[in-house]
Design a binder for this molecule. Structure first.
Ligand code: IMP
Length: 413
């Protein structure tokens, strides 16, 4: 671990290489123990990571997974869209389990507030897309698109306004939203939510750019926890089947107000196979029994929506592309054990046609890798699979997941 930490340096980002759900939370959890500050930069409650507290599973959407470690400074950056009742609930859940996060949480005044009405608009827009195009995006219905629409249209409400009386602004929005989407905004409910949030969060809103830079100047270390993943990026993802934020390393730095030159490493997280929730192209998608088997073994059901995830093989051109976009320095290949009983492992190497991938076929290992913590202990064919990914992408696999538990991880320097 020491050698790995040295190679990661003081400012590291963890960025998904596929369509999300790569298991970024586990690497974050392991690494955040060794960093002073943990920050989330973009997205909103569309993200979902499972945290086990006292043997009970909790799904968190807004707080970074690293906040579980007592004493770490937790930053929520400007790039986020915050549904405040969700944030309050997460803080409260941790509190009831004896984890106090509020006194070490810092929220950017530039982060946008995501209201309940954004969620309703999300639902209406999704129905409109289904009617018009015959297919929706399959959003998480958490209001992400509509909140970022308001931000881009420069009519969003930011955390800096939390303590203000927003009745006038919201009443005006109510008429607009009614006209455009036929939705009735419950102004009183939104105001009540804001009041509740203000009483708890008002003094947690600080200039997080100053805070982060001052901490870094003091020699503190920073772990940036990416949300969603590169193939869902608004610019570089599989548009229009993407989320509405910049999910790349550059997007995360922008969301936090940190200059690109300060990033010392970027860990790309990719499953040993691939999954996707929601609609959109998926060249290496598995079908039938194979898909079912991988879905079951990998527990591939959405953390935020519970939807079964579409499963497929790894697609090298995507890994190479996302590595270029993000400047990955290390891979975290997750869930290798899910492939344990496969006779053959396919890896997409390119396109045969617009709908069909070309594959390299590698022999499977058909032995359990569950819980292995040493690369040399992996079956030879599993080693070869990882080495194939490393050779093809030119990036070392520093972390390899071999099971759900925190300790089920191979850590290489
Ligand atoms: P939205 O972010 O809710 O607008 O959803 C847009 C697309 O991104 C949909 O296909 C979602 O399923 C997907 N998506 C958003 N957040 C996540 C995530 O955290 N993991 C996986 N997929 C996500």
């Amino acid at each position: 671990m020491k050698k790995l930490l040295k190679s990661l340096g003081p400012v590291s980002a963890i960025i998904g290489a596929q369509w999300g759900d790569e298991g970024k939370g586990k690497a974050t959890d392991i690494l955040s123990e060794h960093y002073d500050v943990i920050a989330r930069a973009c997205g909103g409650a569309n993200a979902g990571h499972t945290i086990v507290i006292d043997g009970k599973k909790h799904i968190f959407h807004l707080l970074p997974s690293g906040c579980m470690h007592e004493g770490k400074t937790v930053v929520i950056g400007a790039g986020l869209v915050l549904h405040l009742p969700t944030l309050l609930e997460e803080i409260q859940t941790l509190k009831t389990h004896g984890i106090e996060v509020l006194n070490r949480l810092f929220i950017s005044p530039e982060a946008h507030i995501l209201f309940d009405f954004h969620k309703e608009i999300d639902g209406v827009m999704e129905r409109m897309r289904e009617e018009k195009r015959g297919q929706g995006i399959g959003t998480t219905k958490r209001g992400i698109g509509p909140a970022y629409m308001d931000k881009a249209a420069r009519i969003g409400i930011r955390m800096e306004q939390l303590g203000c009386d927003l009745t006038g602004e919201l009443t005006q929005r109510r008429d607009q939203v009614k006209n455009m989407y036929g939705i009735d905004i419950d102004v009183k409910l939104e105001i009540d939510n804001l009041r509740r949030a203000a009483s708890l969060l008002q003094n947690r809103i600080v200039d997080t750019i100053d805070l982060l830079h001052e901490l870094l100047e003091e020699g503190k270390t920073l772990l940036v926890e990416g949300a969603q993943a590169t193939l869902l990026d608004i610019d570089h993802g599989t548009y229009p089947f993407v989320t509405s934020s910049s999910t790349t390393a550059a997007g995360a730095l922008q969301g936090l107000g940190i200059a690109p030159k300060m990033l010392t490493s970027c860990i790309g997280v990719a499953k040993a196979y691939c999954t996707r929730v929601g609609s959109g192209p998926f060249l290496t998608e598995m079908q039938g029994e194979l898909a079912e088997r991988i879905r079951k073994r990998g527990g591939e059901y959405g953390a935020t929506t519970g939807r079964p995830r579409r499963c497929g093989w790894l697609h090298l051109p995507d890994l190479i592309r996302t590595a270029r976009i993000n400047g990955y320095t290390h891979w975290n290949i997750t869930k290798l054990d899910v492939l344990d009983s496969e006779e053959q492992i396919c890896v997409g190497t390119g396109k045969r046609s617009s709908a069909e991938a070309e594959y390299a076929v590698l022999p499977g290992w058909q032995e359990s890798t569950v819980g292995l913590t040493k690369f040399s202990a992996l079956p030879k064919n599993a080693q070869k699979y990882i080495e194939f990914i490393e050779e093809q992408t030119g990036i070392p696999a520093a972390l390899i997941g071999t099971g759900q538990a925190r300790e089920q991880m191979i850590i290489r320097s």
